[in-house]
Design a protein around this ligand. Structure first.
Ligand code: EPU
Length: 413
């Protein structure tokens, strides 16, 4: 429930990155001793992942932002159903278990279904490393007598496929080269953890990643990078409410594409080493935004940005070149009075004031977009349902927004 119309003001501290965390937790499977992860976000997806690891026999203890994973007693138990179905990122179990045990059975992933999300590039990578991959009644079964390094060219620079291949190839025989690899900061974070565990990975963050397989990996301690999407969401919320917010514990470089667009609209931005201050203004100009792979504008901020662009003067065009139809938030924003039409992979947004309505989050970032829209509404209470999606990716959203002066609370339906 959001009683909007109040400018956000104050400081918000960003937690560790969700999309790193849900790759780093399964990566721990590759170690033979305890892995300690710090700066972990407190999210339902993280809880599901710890459940998955416990089912496999790992000992997991999670307290606050720290998780200790002892994978020494893990077995590659088939997991066709159960918690793997709740997460899209359960596909990382394939790379991790294949790497350590050369065998895995994992139910096809669930998660946010905003459009078909194939995993053909993951499978192509596993097969190139020597695995046989079959689909058995909706579960993927992977088996390799031996994993051998290979040269793999990705048809699309997929984050998931790049990480999954790094996981499996870390324990393959010989060298693997991934060409056209994804360059997202989360890839570097995973490579950093794997290297601390004894892997030999070079080039993460560029389009060519080289991995020398090793026979054994060990535990280590690793601190997760800040969540650039969570940070970007608060930056957008601060601008949309014409507030003044310092977003702390961020890597400003990771947010350059967003910062550039906010500046172009007329939002005030001050960057420090580990924080960004966003100073809202009374009027914003329209801009065109193209969501692309990193370092382009992130697709995960495309929906929140749609809400902000309803507050700009004139017509903005926002296109998503990563996902062609990630626009389920648009009909909900239209219920709030937004003037938006979708044409192909673009949303055409004409700025105007929004009104309160009852709206439904259909995925994580669509949920964030609706909350931001609600924060801009001057009269009336916006009711957002489907908040379980928001819990998957935003650590303490309601508490943080309340600390920034918003009137936001949760009610059971
Ligand atoms: N793709 C393929 N084949 C594949 C894999 C991907 O065609 O085998 C296509 C996808 O359909 C998409 C593009 O490649 O058009 C990029 O997909 P990618 O594989 O990079 O996405 P992902 O790894 O499944 C991660 C994040 C997403 C984020 C995307 C893009 C995780 C768990 N998820 O997904 O995050 O949108 O990268 O940056 O890391 C979110 O946080 O809300 C979220 C959906």
């Amino acid at each position: 429930m959001i009683d909007g119309g109040r400018p956000l003001q104050g400081v918000v501290t960003i937690s560790g990155a969700k999309n790193s965390a849900i790759a780093l937790i399964p990566a721990a499977i590759l170690a033979e001793s305890e892995v300690i992860l710090d700066n972990l976000p407190i999210l339902s997806d993280v809880a599901v992942y710890s459940e998955i690891l416990e089912e496999l026999g790992a000992s997991v203890s999670w307290s606050g932002s720290q998780m200790r994973i002892d994978p020494s007693r893990i077995l590659s138990i088939p997991m066709p159903n159960g918690p793997v179905k709740k997460l899209r990122a359960s596909y990382y179990m394939m790379g991790a278990l294949l790497g350590r045990f050369k065998e895995a059975t994992i139910g096809l992933p669930g998660g946010c279904n905003f459009e078909p999300r194939p995993i053909d590039q993951h499978i192509k990578g596993f097969e190139a490393l020597g695995a046989t991959v079959t689909n058995e009644h909706g579960s993927i079964h992977l088996y390799a007598k031996e994993l051998r390094g290979a040269k793999i060219y990705l048809d699309v620079s997929s984050v998931g496929a790049t990480i999954n291949i790094m996981l499996a190839a870390s324990r393959a025989k010989g060298s693997t080269i991934i060409e056209n690899a994804a360059k997202e900061p989360e890839i570097i974070d995973v490579a950093t953890l794997l290297n601390s565990m004894g892997a030999v990975i070079k080039g993460a963050g560029t389009e060519t990643i080289r991995i020398e397989g090793v026979t054994e990996m060990h535990g280590c301690r690793h601190s997760i990078i800040p969540d650039r999407i969570q940070a970007g969401t608060y930056m957008i919320a601060a601008a949309a409410t014409r507030g003044d917010v310092v977003i702390d514990n961020v890597i400003p470089k990771h947010l350059e594409a967003l910062t550039a667009k906010l500046l172009e609209m007329g939002v005030g931005i001050e960057e420090l080493d580990e924080s960004i201050r966003v100073i809202g203004k009374a009027r914003y100009g329209h801009v065109d935004v193209k969501a692309l792979i990193y370092p382009g504008f992130p697709t995960d901020l495309q929906s929140p940005m749609t809400s902000l662009l309803t507050q700009a003067e004139g017509v903005s065009v926002l296109s998503d070149f990563v996902y062609s139809s990630r626009f389920k938030h648009v009909p909900e924003l239209v219920r709030m009075g937004a003037k938006i039409r979708v044409e192909g992979r673009s949303a055409i947004i004409e700025g105007n004031k929004l009104n309160a309505a009852k709206v439904k989050a259909t995925d994580l970032r669509a949920g964030a977009a609706l909350v931001i829209a609600g924060l801009t509404v001057e009269d009336g209470i916006t009711e957002v349902t489907g908040v379980e999606y928001i819990d998957r990716g935003y650590d303490n959203l309601v508490i943080n927004l309340r600390q920034l002066g918003a009137e936001v609370w949760r009610e059971n339906e």
